[in-house]
Design a protein around this ligand. Sequence first.
Ligand code: NIG
Ligand code: FE
Length: 415
Amino acid sequence: MTDGFNLAAMPSADGVWHHLHLAPEALGAGTPALPDGAIVVAQGAIAWVGAHTDLPDAYRPLPSHDGQGALVTPGLVDCHTHLVYGGQRANEFAMRLAGASYEEVARAGGGIVSSVKATRQASEEALFDAAVPRLQALLAEGVCAIEIKSGYGLSLAHERKQLRVARRLGEVFGVTVRTTFLGAHALPPEYAGRSDDYIRLVCEEMMPALAAEGLVDAVDVFCETIGFTLAQTEQVFQAAQALGLPVKLHAEQLSDMGGSALAARFGALSCDHIEHLSAEGIAAMRQAGTVAVLLPGAYFTLRDTHLPPIADLRAAGVPMAVSTDHNPGTSPALSLLLMVNMACTLFRLTVPEALAGVTRHAAQALGLQATHGRISAGCPANFVLWPLGDVAELAYWLGQRPACSVVRQGRLAVD
Ligand code: NIG
Ligand code: FE
């Protein structure tokens, strides 16, 4: 199933990259742009970064790569996706256009459960093949790390199948993949009316087994009136904590369930969606260092009008990330830059905030802040060369993928 993808064919990026216009924030929070920067890559990692004039003599003999004045950002991080699933749900798009709400579609047997059916029917190979073009679309735009959730299998065997595909995508494409177990995404039909029994299965059988197989980097729950209750969410978090797994949460998307405050109590990496987040939720997240993950693709697709409390998050200093939430129901989005645009246009983020949202803060939402979302010595070499003159262009173009060059895991990507 790996025919046609050959990591070894990607040339090494080792050497000195010069003529780089290092974008503000490329080197860390609040750093100014460096118009004549250089990056040294050695054995796939960043050995040095700074102004070209400061390049240490020892690096001068290394092979040189001319960046031709390109704008350089860290490799992008897409910190919330449901990339692996069977089928698609364009029919629901039509239902919603005719007036049905997301909740009504879900209650009518559509929604997440219809993707569960298609995912269960698909082989591991078919799921991999279906996910490849989606992943390639994201990679072509500079994504170097991605989170992939389960949650369309809802049984041990089918959740395992999804997570195995996620791991395999990371290996085959040389991209950092963080897997998130979202067994508590929806109630599988065979558990209708028995949600507590299903949560027990998630906590006592599925999660420990999948964690033991090394398939789980974090645990997530859909805490919502059409998902799981606060008490059930807490049970899942307790099980995760007992296994030493970090948690995150689909929180306050359609209503204020108080999920964010609960997640913060468990030291959650992130709370995601959060359109209905309360002041108490914000305070709890700030105290816990939990990242607010904004998902404008789902907001847009559902034609939501209830904005997340951006100004209050900003005032509280809660780090904000931006992600595609790629999924077949509420966000069939395959462009992280389009999400950057929407985060600015719909949610009123500034360009630097949105850029931090798909680099530094997105890495933090995955617990990867030490190694991803920044360009600094010791980190794996993940950076993007954009043929753009102004950093605001990353948020500005609509529906046009800038022809960027991507250095991913120390190799020049040819996706
Ligand atoms: O992030 N909100 C729950 N989960 C997904 C939607 C999944 C689906 O509709 O298939 C989300 O929006
Ligand atoms: Fe989601």
